[in-house]
Ligand binder design. Sequence first.
Ligand SMILES: [Zn+2]
Length: 199
Amino acid sequence: MTSTMTEPDETTGTSPQRYHHTRTIEIAGRTVRAHVERDFYINQSRAVAEVLNDQMTWTSLAADAPSDWWHNTPTPGPDIDDPARFLSPVTERLLQRAATILATPPTTHTISPHLHGAISALLATSYGYDAEHRIDPDEITWAYTHGGALHIIEHPDGSVTFTKHHREDCPFITSRGAQECDEDCYFPHPADVERAHGR
Ligand SMILES: [Zn+2]
């Protein structure tokens, strides 16, 4: 496979069986790379976003199922002279998802009694006063990659807002609930996103 550095942070390569596109960027002080490999075979193709950890190895942050993009990209061959042209939408999408995951505020290791009560109320009002609800790892990943990052805002009157409705620079988020949303927060519905990708 021939590899060329097209930009300092970008690598592409082509061979008769496959082509790839890798982009490496800094997000919140961490080194993140998205690597997309379009093989002749769908099950040998992959699209992953990874973050460089303290041990200087790559930890997976997010992945795109080949079925989301493989069919929309051309078959490897001599015509593919610019892999980035076909794969950069996938690498961009992965980097955006990585940015969303890394932008999530660090988890508090202890929950205040008040916040514990609010989570109890969220469960009780959503699923019933004697509810039990188990969240799968897949659902956590899904929640990270759809909609906004989770924000928990404790208001002066004792109420608590749990929200994934707002973008990071929305006035409601930046003011911790003191100002109203400017109504510019919009996240496409997952079903619409999947339709746009041709599923
Ligand atoms: Zn908003």
